[in-house]
Design a protein around this ligand. Structure first.
Ligand SMILES: C[S@@+](CC[C@H](N)C(=O)[O-])C[C@H]1O[C@@H](n2cnc3c(N)ncnc32)[C@H](O)[C@@H]1O
Length: 269
C-alpha cells in the first residue's frame, strides 16, 4: 500500500476512534428498517459497515464494496463477532455489480474525495430503489476541523490548503465535496435532497483518542499545507503544533476542537 494511503487510512481510523459516540449518534439518524437491503460504498475499514450491520435483523441484507483488497480485509476483521451476514465484495463504485433499484438504503461516507462525485452519485441513484434513500456523509475541508489557531495562522492556513488543493487536484473544490453535492444529487434525478450538519466537540484537556486524532490532523496539515504557508507565519504554526511548546494546541487549557460533519439525505427517483 502506498505511504499516502496508509497515512490517510490511519487518519480516518483515528477520526473514527476519537468521535465514535458522535458518529454513532449521526448513524442513528439514518432511517434503516431492520429488514432493509443496504449498500455501503465504499466501505474502507468497515467502521460504518459494522454500525449498519448492527441495525439489521433476519431478512435484512448488507453489502459492503470497495476496490481495495486491504480495505475489504479490514472490513472482514471489523465485522468479526457481528451476527448479521455481510456480503463483502470487490467492486468499482462507478460500475456496481447490482441491478437497478436493488437497495433500500445506500450509504457512502467520506469517499467523494477519492471518487468523481457525479459518476459515483449517478451509480448510487441507479441501484437505490425508487422509494429508497441515499445517505452521504461528507465534509468540507475548509470547515471540517476547527481549532483555536492564532488568527494570523488560521487565515493563512486556509489559503495554503487552497493552494495545496489546486496543486494536487487542479482546483479547490475537490476537498469540499459538500459545496456542490446538493446540485450533483439533484442533477442525478433525486427529487428531495436534505442536508443535516452534525458538530462534534472536545474540550481540553483532550482524552488520548482526541490527542491522537489531533496529532494525525496536524501531521496532515504539515505535509499538505505547510509548504504553502508564508515564511512569516511558519514559526507560529510550529509553536502551535509542537506538543512540547507552552503554546501548543495540545496543551492550551482553554482549547476546543470542533468537527463539522454533514449528511445528505437524497430520495425520490
Ligand atoms: C477515504 S476512504 C473512506 C472509506 C469509508 N467509507 C470510511 O468513511 O471510512 C475512501 C475509500 O474509497 C475506496 N475507493 C476509491 N476509489 C474507489 C472506486 N472507484 N470504487 C470503490 N471504492 C473506491 C478506497 O479504497 C477507500 O477505501
Amino acid at each position: 500500500m502506498r505511504t499516502e494511503s496508509v497515512a490517510a487510512e490511519s487518519y480516518q481510523a483515528s477520526f473514527h476512534t476519537a468521535f465514535r459516540p458522535d458518529l454513532d449518534r449521526l448513524m442513528s439518524d439514518i432511517p434503516i428498517p431492520s429488514t432493509a437491503a443496504v449498500l455501503d460504498v465504499p466501505c474502507g475499514n468497515g467502521f460504518y459497515t459494522r454500525r449498519l450491520a448492527e441495525r439489521l435483523r433476519a431478512g435484512g441484507r448488507l453489502v459492503a464494496v470497495d476496490v481495495s483488497d486491504e480495505c475489504l480485509e479490514r472490513t472482514r476483521a471489523e465485522l468479526a463477532g457481528v451476527d448479521t451476514p455481510v456480503e463483502i465484495i470487490e467492486a468499482d463504485a462507478y460500475k456496481l455489480p447490482f441491478p437497478d433499484d436493488t437497495f433500500d438504503v445506500v450509504w457512502s461516507a467520506q469517499s467523494l474525495i477519492s471518487l468523481d462525485p457525479v459518476r459515483a452519485a449517478r451509480e448510487m441513484y441507479r441501484v437505490v430503489k425508487p422509494a429508497g434513500l441515499v445517505a452521504i456523509l461528507e465534509v468540507d475541508e475548509f470547515h471540517h476541523v476547527l481549532l483555536p489557531w492564532p488568527a494570523e495562522v488560521e487565515a493563512e492556513l486556509q489559503a495554503a490548503i487552497l493552494a495545496a488543493s489546486v496543486r494536487k487536484y487542479g482546483d479547490g473544490v475537490k476537498l469540499s465535496p459538500t459545496r456542490r453535492l446538493r446540485r450533483v444529487l439533484r442533477q442525478c434525478g433525486f427529487r428531495s435532497v436534505r442536508r443535516d450538519t452534525y458538530p462534534a466537540e472536545r474540550a481540553a484537556p483532550f482524552d488520548p483518542p482526541t490527542t491522537d486524532f489531533l496529532a494525525h490532523h496536524l501531521r496532515y496539515l504539515r505535509s499538505f499545507a505547510y509548504p504553502h504557508l508564508p515564511a512569516a507565519v511558519r514559526p507560529a504554526f510550529d509553536r502551535t503544533t509542537d506538543p512540547d511548546s507552552p503554546d501548543s494546541l495540545f496543551r492550551l487549557p482553554d482549547a476546543d476542537v470542533v468537527l463539522i460533519n454533514v449528511v445528505y439525505f437524497a430520495r425520490g427517483k
